[in-house]
Design a binder for this molecule. Sequence first.
Ligand SMILES: *Cc1c(COP(=O)(O)O)cnc(C)c1O
Length: 410
Amino acid sequence: MKPMGPIPPAFAGNGPLTIGGRSAEDWAGEGDTPLFVYDLAIVAERAAALRAAMPTGLDVHFAIKANPLPALVAAVAPMFDGLDIASGGELAIALDAKPGAAISFAGPGKRDRELEAAIRGGATINLESAGECDRALAAGERLGVTPRLAVRVNPDFELRGSGMKMGGRASPFGIDAGDAAGVARHLIAAGADWRGWHIFAGSQSLDTAAIVETQAATVMLAGRLADEVGVAPPLVNLGGGFGIPYFAGDVAVDLAAIGGGLASALDIRADILAESRFAIELGRYIVGECGVYLTRVIERKQSRGETFLVVDGGLHHQLAASGNFGTVVKRNYPVAIATAAADAPTETVSVVGCLCTPLDRLADRVTLPVAGPGDLVAVFMAGAYGLSASPAGFLGHLRPAELLAFPVQS
Ligand SMILES: *Cc1c(COP(=O)(O)O)cnc(C)c1O
């Protein structure tokens, strides 16, 4: 298959690509192309690795915005201690997936009806501003239900090496650290059920030392703020931000080192946090590697000495792979010719999508086995921020199928 870039070991084989024991061509036959296949065995492995590495008693939540496919959320939810959501739509998916799940709801701009649905559903609302706190209290009063409210803190530090920074600056997310205790005191006085702190400092970091340092700083901040409130927070959600390797040269985070660092930080935590529970929340790290986007070559063409494989998919399904979703420099996602034999000769080609825009380039001048119409291209690392984070309505193509590969029972 000769892939370009780092691909998950489960997909690395000599012959044509298999996913969950079935050939890519077999999957394509079931779902037509283009399509996504998510291998749940990889998610289960991730869950087990997290359990093994993280301190005992730490809750691990799945942030479903990374992949909100209802069937996937339902399959993945039992592997984790809670679901993090970012909209009323995700609330409905989470409630369906796991009735009674511990749900926490973050995100700016929550509408009153979303706040009400969250309160009715028993979710914890992570407050992003003082104004939202008052709207949530009013919603609770209208419903006659005590709202569960946590204060999301805009920390005075950021996660180093993070692809998306969420702290250390003016922000639409969270309440500035200097104001957080005041909001917590206010909601406690108003009779709400204060669930504690939510502190999320960044996303997609591959810098193990930076993650350890940020988690330690987060535990310290949670203690300092709790002392200001004078009440112990039941839960401290420490965020996450563990990245995954997408590009040649990227190295995976060291889970054991992160778990060890967190255990040390918890050992020396402030007295007021003695009885608090702690959680981390991860999206990309849990599902990013389980997904493969399969798209079929429609045309092979030459232009001014370069070879293009024109496929039936594109950035409308897999925006991130085209380098147009939060990337500064376009680099190639790992790709392969899924139908190629191990000994196929290679060439330099670009894989372009079927949209009428020069942005629609899934791989730029990569070395791949020689391929032509009918062959399947696999784009890896498609399990997180894939279809749901892409402009699927652009140009009116059909929605791709999303299929699940369930682990084979042994
Ligand atoms: C997006 C988001 C996550 C998930 O981030 P990943 O990088 O996918 O792990 C977790 N928590 C919050 C508050 C988020 O907004």
